[in-house]
Design a protein around this ligand. Structure first.
Ligand code: MD6
Ligand code: FE
Length: 228
């Protein structure tokens, strides 16, 4: 009988479980994967983020070309996003001139899997880590500093969130298009590419004190993986 076939049980790997998890299509090519990262994966990722933070080229507060300080701390891997020129560079020219550290393999692998879970494929060569305090936010923007061929091909950006929840706004191709508000929790993945690749989006607010207490995270980390 079926009861005598333990093989069926053994097939339920983590991947199988993930495949049955919710996948919310927000717009064409924009997919929210709630609770996509198991707690152990979030802790592994946190370990990597802390190692980067403690490294020579750690977090800094970007200053934009209009002179405004961003309301997040940032750290880039693979390539550095220059807040003064809005270009990618191998060196942190607008910060301290140090080279951007490589993307940790554990994180790169997570991003590839998240892209796959959303029906995309991604070979990330840039990772931006944003660190938000309770007052952190990010204005509505488009991610359009990657190579034009990559953007045109619809290769997605993969976003992973760890720590406090955030209210994410996801709009359309035009800045004045209406936005959907999505609460991103610790462990959520959000992937957008295809015809949504240039949609406006931002972080309206952080919901302080809502992250898993056992992580000991102050605020929220957001990791965006890109193909330059
Ligand atoms: C954030 N995220 O979640 C900011 N960009 O803190 C982004 O700006 C973002 O979530 C591109 C793709 C996904 C994102
Ligand atoms: Fe973005």
């Amino acid at each position: 009988s079926v009861k005598e076939r333990p093989m069926v049980v053994r097939c339920y790997t983590r991947t199988m479980i993930r495949m049955t998890q919710p996948r919310v299509v927000i717009a064409e090519g924009a997919v929210h994967l709630p609770s996509w990262m198991p707690v152990e994966a979030q802790q592994k990722a946190l370990h990597e983020i802390r190692a980067l933070a403690d490294g020579e080229a750690g977090f800094y507060t970007p200053i934009l070309r209009n002179g405004a300080r961003m309301r997040v701390r940032m750290l880039c891997c693979g390539r550095h996003w220059d807040a003064k020129t809005y270009r990618y560079d191998l060196l942190r020219t607008d910060v301290d001139g140090l080279p951007a550290p490589p993307i940790p393999e554990v994180l790169r692998q997570l991003a590839c899997e998240a892209a796959e879970s959303a029906g995309f494929s991604l070979e990330p060569d840039v990772l931006l880590v944003n660190w938000y305090g309770a007052e952190g936010r990010m204005g509505l923007h488009q991610d359009k500093d990657e190579r034009p061929e990559i953007i045109a091909s619809g290769v997605p950006i993969v976003s992973l969130s760890i720590g406090d929840a955030a209210i994410f706004e996801f709009g359309g191709a035009r800045r004045k298009d209406p936005v959907q508000r999505i609460r991103l929790e610790s462990g959520d993945a959000f992937v957008f590419g295809g015809s949504s690749r240039l949609n406006h989006h931002g972080i309206a607010s952080i919901v302080a004190g809502t992250g898993p207490t056992e992580f000991g995270v102050a605020g929220r980390y957001n990791l965006t993986f890109r193909q330059y």
